[in-house]
Design a protein around this ligand. Sequence first.
Ligand code: ADP
Length: 504
Amino acid sequence: MKSLTDMKNEKTLSNKLITKLAITFFLLVLLMGASYTITTIYYTNKYFEETSQKLNANIANHLIEEKFQNSSPFLQDGSVNKEFFGDLMHDMMAVNQSIEVYLLDESGSVLYSVVLNHDNPNEPAKKVDLNPINEFIESDGNIHILGDDPLDPSNQKIFSAAKFDHQDHQGYIYIILAGQNFQNVTASLFSSYSMKLGIGTSILTAIFVLIIGLISIWFLTKNLRQIIHTVKRFREGDLNIRINNPQRSDLSELAYSFNDMADTIVRNMDEIKSVDTLRRELIANVSHDLRTPLSILKGYVETLQMKKGSLNEEEKEKYLEIIQESSEKLSKMVSQLFEYSKLEAKQVEPKKEPFSLTDLILDLISNYQVLANKKNITIDLFADKNLPLVFADISLVERAIQNLMDNALKYTPEKGKVTIKTTPFENSVQVIVTDTGPGIKESDQSYIFERYRQSSESGQPQESAGLGLAIVKKIMELHNTHIQVISKPNYGSSFQFYLPCYSG
Ligand code: ADP
């Protein structure tokens, strides 16, 4: 059960995330608004400056053409005609108070200035840079260029300029179009407009952020909320819950990872459960399976002890033979159980190596020959001449074939036949062990490879642990292959499996 603190923690977590997202979003939009305001103001200013310069490009030319015809800017003695410039100032005042007019000599030195802003305490600079002025004149006033302002040397301003050649006097008329006066006006306007623009943009963006931001945060966190919900349900014990359509989620990797993790947890839980069941089954079966041969052993030993005197040699021999058989079966059963539990617990690591299957089978056949002769059974091997080497764990494969041959000889009646066939098949070798025994009912075939399962057809007394085929199945699994049975009651059985060829 989920505690109240847990619930609170989850809520704070998702709230924290949403708050963080909202703040980030808001800051981003605010930053965008500020950058937009600054850029707009900067370019509006530039646009205004360029337009002003273009519109007033010829003002200096006009001044020379109009004013220099009737009177001269210089007196007879070569000094500046102050009266002339006084009139000029008068005319200009009526038209535009923000301009400053300068009379420059050929080197750019200021000879005289007409400045309407008397509040400016600065003395005009003595010289201005002629480069931008010449560039402007050469382009016929078609370029946007800034020049020195003698009243404010730290700032560059838009200007109009023209060259004059009047009564042996050469120089320039240099007009600053956005003079100090203009600057003061624009500066105050600038701050009030930028304030209005800034506040306007901020309010608008804040409204948009609130609406669009909340909607998009809701959409953005939709998949995350779905994942959190699924994880919570899983934690609460709904082990079947998974994230639907993980490929469609924005966090598909996380969704896939959760689904995989949930599958692994459920699989591990099932494995633990099945291991537990197996352990219980094993204990029950072992005690049951061992009880029969043990009680036979006990019975015969007791009889021998009790009737020691009354038994003849032949009887004694017979009893001892039974005791020996039973103890052999017992030891076989115990070793099979031990072997199977090691395979089941995945404690066996196959040590693969290349080897010849034909040689291995020939060895095994010679081991079984005595038993086969006893039952009058013939064992044949049909091995392909060019059979490639296989790459597998030789002792595990030997164990598997041994178990199959054990069964074949055990279930095949006298005068029967056991055949082993090996054939290359694609990148592997096919092994088939066939016998002429009673066969296995189709309904039994599916479970004879399970531990402790025995076919109802075999009709054999319970004298083995029923683990032989289960061991073969495990060995095949360790080699990434599997065992199959083809059988029909009264027509014998065939067990077949594949082993990988050695490619090196
Ligand atoms: P068991 O020790 O009982 O032989 P196995 O796992 O080797 O255990 O075999 C499981 C069961 O499959 C056997 O009990 C038998 O019923 C059946 N079986 C296996 N091999 C053959 C065969 N060659 N012919 C008929 N029945 C077989």
